[in-house]
Design a protein around this ligand. Structure first.
Ligand code: C5P
Length: 314
């Protein structure tokens, strides 16, 4: 029996999200800048007779454990692609909120791809793994890749972006998730927005300039997320009044993200936001960090976070 494999997969934030027209396949053409941040779901994959999953942690009650689970779907798709039997038990521990705009489901799919690939020794190369990722969701290839990337197509076509610094984020989780499809539908019903290119975000990342990045953050879906969840305006304003360099709804929301200058500034802002009661939970994260990757279990059976690299404040 092969040893169990533990994988850590990161959340993403969108530093720039420009939504183009709806395509014939129902998806929207996107230009987005993704950054992977140090908020992780953890998946342990164990050899088994069939394919099963258990889910614990943040929002576990809202995550299906059957075939509707994206990690299970990913394992199934990988097995089909590699022509191996889909035999594994997936033990998922969630920290990324469900339906939060942080691509938590995509992170879980990426973790299952990387974990099952290692467990089953499929021998698939990276492009083949990314091709399977693409079938599972628009953000899944990025969840495998990590770092900071420009995403085009429906978000699945990636090219690396130079980010010359570690950026410090504060993430404010909302009481309830938002459906991505509902936010896109709201976007379609509203007036079209002028097309904003990602140039300012790319320049700020290249320069490693958090103040410039804070000013350049852009999300076409923020308007629709705020229409569906007006209380988020208060969360965004609170962070800005407390000195954040920039504030934005992440992806389709409802998580609000705040950029600050340093790790101590993140600690201070997180404490103040938590005290104001404008969010259910407030977390800190740094980016960029790697995408889904295998971590070495320590002798005590706990994953060795230091050795896995790409850490940062949690
Ligand atoms: O690709 P994924 O399954 O994560 O997308 C979830 C939903 O988000 C889609 O069903 C669609 O409604 C919307 N979406 C979109 N255009 C994109 C990505 C997602 O309309 N480029």
């Amino acid at each position: 029996m092969p040893d169990p494999v533990t994988v850590r997969a990161s959340a993403k934030v969108n530093l720039h999200l420009a939504v183009g027209p709806r395509r014939a396949d129902g998806y929207h053409r996107l230009t987005t800048v993704y950054q992977a941040v140090s908020l992780y779901d953890e998946l342990t994959v164990t050899a088994a007779r069939d394919l099963t999953a258990t889910v614990t942690g943040e929002g576990a009650g809202e995550v299906p454990s059957g075939t509707a689970n994206l990690a299970v779907a990913a394992a199934t798709a990988l097995a089909a692609s590699a022509r191996v039997p889909a035999q594994a038990h997936l033990e998922l521990v969630k920290t990324i909120p469900v339906a939060g705009g942080l691509a938590g489901g995509s992170a879980d799919a990426a973790a299952a791809l990387v974990g099952c690939d290692a467990l089953w020794r499929t021998g698939l190369d990276r492009p083949a793994l990314l091709a399977v990722a693409e079938t599972l969701g628009s953000d899944v290839p990025f969840a495998v890749a990590g770092g900071t990337m420009l995403g085009t197509g429906r978000g699945e076509r990636l090219s690396p972006v130079l980010a010359r610094a570690t950026f410090h984020w504060v993430l404010a989780f909302a009481d309830r998730g938002l459906s991505t499809a509902a936010v896109y539908a709201e976007h379609d019903a509203a007036d079209p927005l002028p097309e904003v290119p990602p140039d300012d975000v790319l320049a700020a990342l290249r320069a490693g300039d958090p103040a410039a990045l804070g000013a350049a953050l852009h999300n076409d879906l923020q308007r629709s997320a705020l229409r569906l969840r007006p209380a988020l305006r208060r969360t965004l304003d609170a962070g800005l009044e407390l000195g954040a360099l920039g504030a934005l709804v992440s992806g389709s929301g409802p998580t609000c993200i705040f950029l600050v200058r340093s790790s101590p500034a993140a600690l201070a802002l997180a404490a103040s936001l938590a005290g104001m009661g404008v969010a259910r939970t407030v977390r800190r994260a740094a980016g960029p960090v790697p995408g889904a990757r295998v971590v070495d279990p320590s002798p005590a059976g706990q994953p060795d976070r230091a050795a896995a690299g790409g850490g940062g404040p949690g």
